[in-house]
Design a protein around this ligand. Sequence first.
Ligand code: GLA
Length: 342
Amino acid sequence: MIPNISDIYKEYFSIGSAVGLGETGIGVTDPIDSLSVYPEEILSVFNSFTPENALKAGIIHPEKEIFNFAPVDKLVKYAITHNKELRGHPLIWASQLGEWMKKGSKKEIKQLMEDHIYSVMTRYPEIKVWDVVNEAITDEGKLRGDSLWYRAFGGFTYISMAFEIAHRANPNAKLLYNDYNFVKPQKLDAILRIIDYLKLIEGYHLYGIGIQGHWHVDWPKVEDIQVVFDKLRTLGLKIHITELDICLYKGQGNVATLEYNSFLDTVLAARYVELFTLFKKNADIIENVTFWGIADNHTWLNRFWDYFNHSKEFRQNYPLLFDKNLKPKKAYYALCSIGEYL
Ligand code: GLA
């Protein structure tokens, strides 16, 4: 029997994973049905799940009048039977959109946003937390200009529209803004401006912030992450660490494929212990920590070479808690006994 990590952390935060649900379509290179590939013994150590791709607009809403609800329906059924929390990700994002979505006039895009958010959220009242807007800001701290949503409305308008529709669709849902690279000061400043903007407008209900944890073994420093947590704490916002994985190639392309060995196993374990020590210290504001996958056999990082190159080529990476043969790694055991390290 492996120890149950989410039980061990239950007084601090829930612990989740992204799961594939057999979905195919735009941006899905390696389809997987996690609920059948991973044995119940492994699934049972997580008490929260996020669909990896099945809720992305182009997948769940491939044509104007067609919704592909079956994959998420399956997860919701599983979650009800097994008493798991669910996170909805993402409602409004620039990527993985249906081609048909890109053709509309401004008026049609407004209607699309309304129909999309409303249909998806009302279908799933069991999903109580939603990443309403994903990745609106570039690393330079500018609004992402290549976004269909931004191009239609300009400024922060589409962001507040999305929150307003999401709140109407499920007034009890926790609504989050989700992004990566919060430790880049210009990016954090821009996200704080979004928060200010959303708070100014009554009824827009920003509950919290999703911090994607696509991090490396040596970056970012925990001190720099702490600065971000402190800023968000003063604003009264809750935090979800939404997409945690540690790239052993440090995000670089020009590095030969690594063989996993006991040294790397220890380096990864030490990094995860350092991060979870930080998360525990900030458990007053952190509600959920979600890994972006379960085991190294299925991770987007196996096809991510550097920031400019999402390759089609496979390069084995080792970012998760279970190895590619589904065995728990040193990091898993270390996190389960973190009290012994502190
Ligand atoms: C972003 C998205 C995720 C996922 C990852 C990498 O972080 O938010 O849904 O697509 O990229 O695949």
